[in-house]
Design a protein around this ligand. Structure first.
Ligand SMILES: *Cc1c(COP(=O)(O)O)cnc(C)c1O
Ligand SMILES: [Zn+2]
Length: 430
């Protein structure tokens, strides 16, 4: 289907002539690249991201999206890869519930609050979105082995995608992850490497491995093909806009590890308005971190965009990235929209998990506890408007981090199997 008359951008597009992606661009110095497996700029070492043909994006309509499948691929015309269904290497995540959180809103004194529950994805976290776009691009780029450096959820998702695609995988995780995340990765098969170090050390090891002959044909989804990985996060913005009836919310609260999800959700809202999928409007973006690992929130509070790396601690392990690559861009997104950031400690996180579960029926992992506790803190300090329509993102499932709350909850009563015992335990008195 390639034509000698096709414009240069299309000839360069190895994904598909229909793809709106025209190349990669450096977020720092605007240097441009073809659609290749490269994540850092050769000129300035800045991060690369996918650059789109704006005229193509502008042609995408609500009707076109609504006619698509009930998963992230309905947004394929806004993604670098996957316009042709044959190109999708995926476990088909997306279209997760947007829950009208009436009782949680009431408990917090808010007018309108929604919970975007991304624990409903196939491997129970939002990571299925980014892995689907990453591995779809990886196969097109000629890789035949999937890998990642993970704080837990990414490991689950890469191993599951590899299993579905029938492609080998090697997943690297810190050795002290939650047992639920280790088991959920191992069960999909593939190699699972527990590294005796922190996530940041795991990530560095993976960067070094990409340079070796043995891993030459391996796509490390969040390392050497990171630009394609990052784009999957945009679907969490488009999807909320669509589920609100093609409207933008006024405020969102997003958990941060590397800060990538937050910057891409912000980008998706901006883009939705720019290309006319929604009315114009600015969404105030708020970022949430745990006190055990808060390099982005701390830089925000100190009014700088220089991130000082930390050694992470605390129960919110999925967010434990001490040297967050997208930190400065997350700060920029929050500042430029009039949003903010806050951090919460482990007790507040546990309380956040319980509050969310007991008011919405959503059992979140620690990252969801971070978001709900941060929402509460931002409300109490007057930085988040209780009257404004707000969406909070739950990005992972509580069954993955049972230990976080196991000492706090359990049976409220224990009885013998008799009416007498039930009565004695107070169950019959109102
Ligand atoms: C990975 C992850 C995030 C955020 O990731 P970013 O690196 O900031 O894009 C949020 N929540 C959960 C549960 C995660 O696993
Ligand atoms: Zn650059």
């Amino acid at each position: 289907m390639s034509s000698v008359n096709a414009p240069a951008a299309e000839q360069n597009n190895i994904f598909s002539a229909e793809s709106p992606a025209k190349g990669l661009v450096c977020r720092n110095c605007d240097a441009t690249y073809d659609l290749i497996a490269q994540h850092a700029c050769w000129q300035c070492f800045g991060p690369l991201e996918v650059d789109y043909d704006q005229a193509r994006l502008a042609k995408v309509t609500r009707e076109q999206i609504e006619a698509g499948p009930q998963n992230i691929w309905r947004y394929a015309p806004l993604l670098p890869v996957g316009v042709d269904p044959a190109d999708r290497v995926s476990i088909d995540p997306g279209m997760t519930p947007l829950i009208d959180a009436k009782h949680l809103a009431k408990a917090l004194g808010m007018r309108k609050l929604w919970v975007k529950d991304d624990s409903a994805n196939p491997t129970h976290s939002f990571k299925d979105r980014v892995v689907s776009t990453a591995v779809s691009a990886a196969v097109k780029l000629g890789f035949d082995h999937f890998a990642c450096a993970s704080t837990g959820n990414l490991a689950n998702s890469v191993a599951a995608h590899a299993a579905r695609a029938g492609i080998p995988s090697t997943v690297f995780v810190p050795h002290d992850l939650e047992p639920g995340k280790i088991i959920q990765t191992a069960v999909y098969g593939g190699r699972l490497v527990a590294v005796e170090g922190s996530y940041d050390e795991v990530n560095r090891l993976c960067s070094e491995l990409t340079e070796t002959d043995a891993f030459e044909s391996t796509a490390f989804v969040n390392v050497n093909i990171r630009p394609y990985y990052a784009e999957g996060s945009k679907t969490l913005g488009y999807e909320v806009a669509e589920q609100l009836g093609w409207r933008l919310p006024e405020q969102v609260v997003v958990p941060m590890a590397s800060g990538e999800l937050l910057t891409k959700v912000h980008k998706a809202f901006e883009e939705s308005a720019e290309i006319g999928l929604t009315e114009p409007g600015e969404v105030r973006v708020f970022g949430a971190q745990s006190a055990g690992c808060s390099p982005i929130a701390d830089a925000f509070s100190a009014d700088t965009d220089v991130i000082t790396p930390v050694k992470p601690t605390g129960i919110a392990k999925s967010l434990n990235i001490g040297d967050p690559a997208a930190g400065p861009y997350a700060i920029e997104a929050c500042r430029s929209t009039g949003g903010g950031m806050a951090k919460v400690d482990d007790d507040e996180i546990r309380e956040g998990i319980r509050l969310l579960a007991s008011t919405t029926g959503v059992f979140a992992e620690t990252a969801g506890g971070v978001v709900v506790a941060t929402l509460r803190k931002l409300l109490e300090s007057g930085r988040l408007d209780p009257e404004a329509e707000t969406v909070v993102y739950n990005t992972g499932d509580g069954l993955k981090t049972l230990d976080a709350v196991s000492s706090l909850v359990g049976p409220t009563h224990t009885v013998k199997p008799s009416l007498k015992s039930a009565k004695e335990a107070g169950l019959l008195s109102g």
